[in-house]
Write a protein that binds this ligand. Structure first.
Ligand code: ADP
Length: 635
């Protein structure tokens, strides 16, 4: 046995259902997870790129603003050293008296006004203020001991004193620049200028710039946000705090640490700081993140920090993250839709192919069946043709037989016909001879009586030949017949034979209209009654019963005689053609055969009975044309 490999290829494995189920169960959560993941990744990438762009831009801003701070600070750097050139100052420091002091006070006052500094003052080597620009003020520094100030200690050692601090007298913050005044290579005093740097803060605020400057201790000395001022940018040890408190540099400020909510170092000098919201800016509910870029200011141990808000960047990164997620979701939906559509198209194609296959199979089968049907149709047509031909032959044979039967009957009857016609002919000859003589004698009455008799005789002869002609004529297949007329015509035909016998005829039938040709019905009756007359020839009292009755849509006529009947051997062959028991030329054996076939041709039957009382009864059953009428009157 051979295996068809395609059969095994066609069937899909049963496990194919499982991956589909898994796909349907896990695909949506997977897509959502990927969407969130991609969204977050998009957010991070966007934020990183944004930070990079911001920090590049911030770099420039930082440089710009740091330079501005540097120039602001350096503006006053050389001012204290200029006092070295002023003779009155050196005079005061070498010989401190009231006159010199007043001169220097006024000089410093004027200088301070022009330089727009906060105060300028001169200290001796012990740290006591000898002259000051604010000598007129109540809180003047004059005579104050500032030896504890770091800037003094640096300057008296010949080093430049740089110091930011809160004034111990005024409690006002300021930037102190100190310079050791020398004479002949020896420090004789210290010149100090106090500058206020708050103007810078105001400039930053106006420019909406967030920045701060932290000093060497990490304390924010300048800040665009006042809340951050005097806070440490890095943790201070307890020891440092105590040292700073002792120095009174920041007066009694607690110097808390500037504690951002989050701090992330991005690179050297670049951090991401997150602060709580600012009540003044109305952002107390939200955290505020900044990109903090720090740069050391030249010539000072100070650092300038520029804060760039990351809010816009975050918003943009969020939007881009959402967009990335949505784009992925859209792409996934498109892919799923495309895949589904592909599957639908594949299914449709498969269905169409299957349909086309089924169609072509159906067409093939239809063609085969049609061919079969055509062949069987042809066969049937052939059979019909053969049947028709056979029917035609049969009908022709029947017609021939009927005709032959009729001719036979005519032949049979010819002797009696001849006798029947010869008698009137002989009478006619005698009568015509007599009439001629009566006319010659002038016996017109007798001649006239003879002529009337002759006329009657001719009529009788005409009736005989007419019934013979109608019997001999070929009948039509369809027609209608009156039973009464048919019986009368039959008796008319058989009159010569009836006259020879003492027949007692019993008529008990209706004059119904039957579906058969009149002549054919007469032919049947001639056969049946003729046979009966033959069978009853030896009977001393011949009796013939014609009994009729309606049976459904048919009418049954029973032709019964009291003849010799039919023996059992002859009964078997009654309806066979050319079966006859009649001697010599008397019988042809066609009568019953023809009668039965004529009855059958009119959808009727002809059957025989053998009554126990003797004789024979033939029953002719024929379809009724209309409803039966009243019984026919007896002859
Ligand atoms: P035919 O009359 O030429 O013999 P039929 O076919 O008419 O041919 O009759 C066949 C035979 O049937 C007759 O020879 C006769 O023996 C028998 N037969 C027909 N009718 C009767 C009848 N009424 N009584 C007795 N025998 C009959």
């Amino acid at each position: 046995m051979k295996c068809d490999p395609t059969r095994y290829r066609a069937s899909k494995p049963a496990l194919a259902v499982k991956p589909r189920l898994i796909r349907h169960l896990f695909l949506p959560p997977l897509i959502i997870l990927l969407m969130i993941g991609l969204g977050y990744a998009g957010y991070l990438v966007s934020e990183r790129n944004g930070i990079r762009a911001l920090s590049e831009n911030g770099e420039r801003q930082l440089e710009l603003h740091a330079r501005a701070v540097e120039s602001e600070i350096n503006k006053y750097t050389y001012l204290p050293s200029l006092l070295e050139l002023e003779n009155s100052v050196s005079s005061l420091l070498t010989e401190p008296d009231g006159e010199h002091r007043q001169t220097v006070n006024e000089y410093l006052e004027g200088l301070n006004r022009r330089s727009r500094s906060r105060a300028i003052y001169v200290l001796d080597t012990t740290g006591r203020v000898q002259a000051t620009s604010n000598w007129r003020d109540a809180d003047s520094y004059l005579g104050e001991d500032l030896s504890f100030r770091a800037y003094f200690q640096d300057a008296v050692r010949g080093q430049p004193g740089r110091f930011y601090g809160i004034g111990s007298t005024t409690g006002e913050p300021g930037y102190y620049l100190a310079h050791g005044l020398e004479e002949h290579g020896k420090v004789i005093g210290v010149a100090v200028i106090k500058v206020r740097l708050e103007a810078m803060e105001e400039r930053w605020q106006r420019a909406r710039l967030e920045a701060f400057v932290s000093d060497e201790n990490g304390i924010i000395i300048l800040s665009s946000d006042p809340a951050r001022r005097l806070k440490s940018v890095r943790p201070l040890t307890q020891e440092t705090k105590e040292r700073l408190a002792r120095s009174l540099q920041y007066y009694w400020w607690p110097l808390n640490e500037l504690q951002p909510l989050a701090r992330e170092k991005l690179s050297e000098g670049v951090e991401k700081l997150t602060f709580p919201g600012n009540a003044e800016l109305g952002t107390e509910k939200h955290e505020v993140s900044y990109l903090a870029q720090t740069r050391r200011l030249s010539d000072t141990p100070w650092h300038f920090t520029l804060l760039t808000p990351l809010q816009d960047l975050r918003r943009e990164a969020t939007i881009q993250g959402v967009l990335a997620g949505v784009a992925f979701a859209l792409l996934a939906i498109l892919l799923i839709a495309w895949n589904e559509r592909r599957k639908v198209i594949a299914t449709r194609l498969a269905a169409r192919e299957a349909l086309e296959e089924a169609n072509s199979q159906l067409e093939r089968r239809i063609a085969e069946r049609t061919a079969d049907l055509r062949a069987s149709n042809e066969r049937l047509k052939g059979q019909i043709r053969e049947r028709r031909h056979a029917e035609e032959t049969l009908r022709r044979a029947q017609d021939e037989l009927v005709q032959a039967g009729k001719l036979a009957a005519i032949g049979q009857m010819s002797t009696s016909i001849a006798h029947e016609l010869n008698q009137p002919l002989a009478a006619l000859r005698t009568l015509s001879g007599n009439t001629v003589r009566f006319l010659e004698r002038g016996a017109l009455d007798t001649a006239s009586t003879n002529l009337r008799t002759m006329n009657d005789l001719i009529d009788r002869m005409g009736r005989i030949t007419a019934s013979l002609r109608s019997f001999a004529r070929r009948g039509e297949d369809r027609g209608e017949a009156s039973l009464g007329k048919a019986v009368d015509a039959t008796l008319q035909v058989l009159t010569p034979r009836l006259e020879n016998s003492q027949l007692q005829l019993h008529r008990d039938f209706s004059d119904v209209a039957l579906k058969i040709d009149q002549t054919r019905l007469e032919q049947i009756l001639v056969n049946l009654i003729g046979n009966a007359l033959d069978a009853m020839r030896a009977q001393p009292q011949a009796e013939l019963w014609l009994e009729g009755e309606t049976s459904g849509d048919k009418y049954r006529l029973r032709v019964r005689d009291n003849g010799h009947g039919i023996d059992s051997e002859a009964r078997k062959h009654l309806f066979e053609p050319f079966f006859t028991t009649k001697p010599g030329e008397q019988g042809l054996g066609l009568g019953l055969t023809l009668s039965a076939s004529l009855a059958a041709a009119a959808s009727g039957t002809l059957s025989v009975e053998h009554p126990a009382s003797g004789g024979t009864a033939f029953t002719l059953s024929l379809p009724l044309l209309t409803a039966p009428t009243l019984p026919a009157e007896p002859l």
